[in-house]
Design a protein around this ligand. Structure first.
Ligand code: DLZ
Length: 155
């Protein structure tokens, strides 16, 4: 199931010009995570964020996303964090361990810091499924993650 396509269609209800965002990007599967980053960046700009207020942090793999997200979320002037990664199922149980750790880790960072932390991590069976969600027929999950943190800031 691909789910509903969520895209940015208008500016945020709140003024985002003073809000600061951190986007944490995993290098593994960078042919997927770079389009996810572009989607998140474009999404934030379309919603009304300023480019000077968006910082990027790159980490080796998705497993490292929660710690870097915590470093970012603990900064006083960062309002929300977007984690972007892509875990593709292999022949070992690595996939399950990484997916579980990242999902749980990002949620924990969000609760600990009381700031929105989006889980923009694709967990797919193959590269094709990932491409379809990184600017393909199922949209761009990076853009969706941008929309998610902004919706949380609007609460
Ligand atoms: C080791 C590993 C494997 C097998 N697969 C992926 C993957 O599909 N996507 C991803 O983002 N990272 C992968 N990694 C790397 C781990 O996330 C992590 O960087 C290493 O286990 C070192 O902690």
């Amino acid at each position: 199931m691909a789910g509903t396509l969520k895209q940015v269609s208008q500016k945020s209800k709140i003024d985002l010009s003073g809000k600061k965002f951190a986007i944490v990007v995993a290098e593994w599967n960078e042919e997927i995570t770079e389009p996810l980053f572009q989607g998140a960046l474009d999404g934030l700009l379309k919603l009304g964020a300023k480019k000077k207020n968006i910082i990027r942090k790159t980490v080796p793999g998705s497993f490292e996303l929660p710690l870097a997200a915590q470093w970012m979320a603990e900064k006083k002037n960062v309002d929300a964090v977007i984690c972007l990664g892509c875990v593709i199922q292999g022949e070992t149980a690595h996939f399950d361990y990484i997916c579980q750790a990242v999902a749980y880790g990002t949620m924990k960072v969000s609760l600990k810091t009381n700031k929105p932390v989006a889980f923009g991590v694709l967990t797919t069976l193959n590269k094709q499924q990932a491409l379809e969600r990184a600017g393909g027929k199922y949209g761009n999950k990076g853009e969706e993650a941008a929309l998610t943190v902004v919706k949380m800031l609007e609460q």
